[in-house]
Design a protein around this ligand. Structure first.
Ligand code: FAD
Ligand code: MLT
Ligand code: ZN
Length: 493
């Protein structure tokens, strides 16, 4: 993991002391303070999980985790940290993949896990207002009882929090249909770095009264304040959902397949996800769902998972079957085979195959994850070029890099290029960076499509943003957080 050093450009920050803990104890209940410092002094093992990220790639050295229950408590914590110049890392479900959710040094960790109440739901407009610490899956279950669905879904749903989703501007598996959080978030409640509470928790669809401040916090990765409440537009649950897995003989077929799918399925298409052969095999190897039989998958270079969400099962199935026939009858056929799920269990199992790639990769080894936006036609070239680069450097073998794979959200032009290694080493990182960033830049792509910059890519932001844009970001950061206490060393160097 990269280490961040104090520079003259960044104000120096102070460590948490026992006096600070005594101060927090005046307004926080005992169960909201986890610290290795007196007067509470828990064992370091108790805060280990907050210092380590999901991949086991980044590790902080924090002594103190605060788990407030209310917005007012968050406000008091930040006011104190602002005055005392203590760095603060907001933490949601800690499922982020760019090292943004754990400290770089010994910043205080502010965990939102105790703020997990649904505040309101309006079944007419679909507006849901919830504490930032609500787990995405819990919200999905809550509104399912009102026949509604969340506008986003991702493999980390069982742990990630809505505040973390908003702060990373998470994309996920439904963006194709329901759009980005920049469209579906209606309002936010944010505690600014000096403790001021900015209550922008609107439930209005339309509100053109000046600057749209909430947009600044969507994707800010905790560098501008702490999101404590989220108002989000949810949709009526579709009457029918179907999914189908397609095995493709060659990658080049993905583009015409996507075109044909959009034409045939139009408004009912709700996901178009891609996994290459290596990703498929890893998912199967690590027990992530069942898709095709060996015969069915044989000879396929890659796979596509399609989902439809519509008003009538028969009507949607008819459309899907017509699509499958067209694909099989084209000359040469665009697909080898397609399997339509026949039950809710099969439906879930097909999704598991796609969503489970992340977990499969982490079981297989240590992953270097590049989450990039590039033209769809270049997905395979980028995977192949990366493989070739590692081969040239003599790193493509069991003891160094085991696999190079690609999967992701084809419908959104977002490829997840993963390099699975036996261990994280400087040699592998040096072979990959800036190689991958330069490659992405040559396609005029983005080095972060949906995961964010975190600690991983601060030095690389210029591959996707101009110097002027970075300078404006720095000025905004300074305006909100003049002492630089919020998530130091993340997003901006
Ligand atoms: P954390 O990891 O805790 O934090 C992420 C960032 O947000 C950090 O910078 C943190 O400081 C900040 N933050 C968290 N909460 C707050 C808050 N309340 N206020 C201010 N800042 C805050 N991402 C996608 O975009 N699409 C996917 O499909 C996807 N799938 C995933 C699948 C798996 C299995 C895993 C492990 C991760 C996946 N991710 C995906 C990445 C990750 O889940 C998302 O980035 C998610 O939105 C992070 O939410 P979290 O609550 O875990 O946030
Ligand atoms: C996904 O699409 O599966 C997620 O973004 C997680 C990952 O990149 O592994
Ligand atoms: Zn993704």
């Amino acid at each position: 993991a990269k280490r961040w050093q104090h520079t003259s450009a960044r104000p120096a920050l102070n460590s948490v002391t026992p006096d600070d803990i005594a101060h927090f104890a005046q307004f926080l209940p005992q169960n909201a303070i986890l610290s290795t410092l007196s007067p509470v002094s828990v064992a370091p093992a108790e805060i280990e999980q907050y210092n380590s990220d999901w991949m086991g790639k980044y590790r902080g050295k924090s002594t103190t985790v605060l788990r407030p229950h209310t917005t007012e408590q968050v406000s008091k914590i930040l006011k104190w940290c602002h005055e005392r110049r203590i760095g603060v890392v907001p933490q949601g479900g800690n499922t982020g993949l760019v090292g943004g959710s754990v400290p770089i040094e010994d910043e205080l960790i502010l965990s939102l896990g105790n703020m997990s109440k649904v505040r309101s739901f309006d079944p007419v407009s679909g507006a849901l207002v919830a504490d930032a610490g609500c787990i995405l899956e819990a919200l999905t279950e809550h509104i399912a009882t009102h026949d509604h669905i969340m506008p986003l879904d991702l493999g980390a749903k069982g742990s990630c929090q809505i505040g973390g989703n908003v702060s990373t501007n998470a994309g996920g598996l439904r963006l194709l249909r329901y759009g980005s959080l920049h469209g579906s978030v209606l309002g936010l409640e944010v505690v600014l770095p000096d403790g001021t509470i900015l209550d922008n928790l609107s439930t209005l669809r339309k509100d053109n009264t000046g600057y749209d401040l909430k947009q600044l916090f969507i994707g800010a990765e905790g560098t501008l304040g702490v999101v404590t409440g989220v108002s989000i537009l949810t949709s009526a649950a579709p009457r029918a959902v179907n999914n189908v897995i397609l095995a493709l003989p060659r990658f080049e077929n993905v583009l015409p397949l996507f075109k044909s799918t959009r034409r045939h399925l139009s408004e009912i298409l709700s996901a178009f996800e891609f996994i290459d052969r290596t990703a498929y095999e890893l998912a199967v190897k690590h027990g992530q769902g069942k898709g095709l039989t060996n015969e069915e998958s044989e000879g396929a270079e890659c796979f596509v998972l399609l989902e439809t969400s519509g008003g009538s099962k028969e009507h949607d199935e008819e459309k899907l079957n017509a699509l499958l026939e067209t694909l099989l009858e084209s000359d040469p056929p665009l697909i080898n085979t397609g399997v339509l799920s026949q039950s809710p269990t099969q439906f879930a199992s097909l999704w598991r195959l796609r969503e489970g790639v992340t977990e499969a990769v982490s079981k297989e080894g240590k992953a270097y994850k590049y989450d990039i936006s590039i033209p769809l036609a270049s997905f395979k070239d980028v995977v192949d070029a990366t493989k070739e680069q590692l081969r040239k450097k003599g790193l493509l073998h069991e003891n160094a890099v085991k696999h190079v794979l690609g999967y992701g959200h084809v419908g959104d032009g977002n490829l997840h290029l993963n390099i699975v290694a036996a261990a994280y080493t400087q040699e592998i990182e040096a072979a990959l960076e800036p190689f991958v960033y330069e490659l992405v830049s040559s396609y005029k792509g983005s080095i972060s499509a949906e995961h964010g910059i975190g600690a991983m890519k601060t030095h690389a932001i210029h591959y996707s943003k101009s110097a002027v844009a970075v300078d404006v970001m720095k000025r905004i950061k300074h305006l909100f957080d003049p002492h630089g206490i919020m998530n130091p060393g993340k997003v901006l160097e």
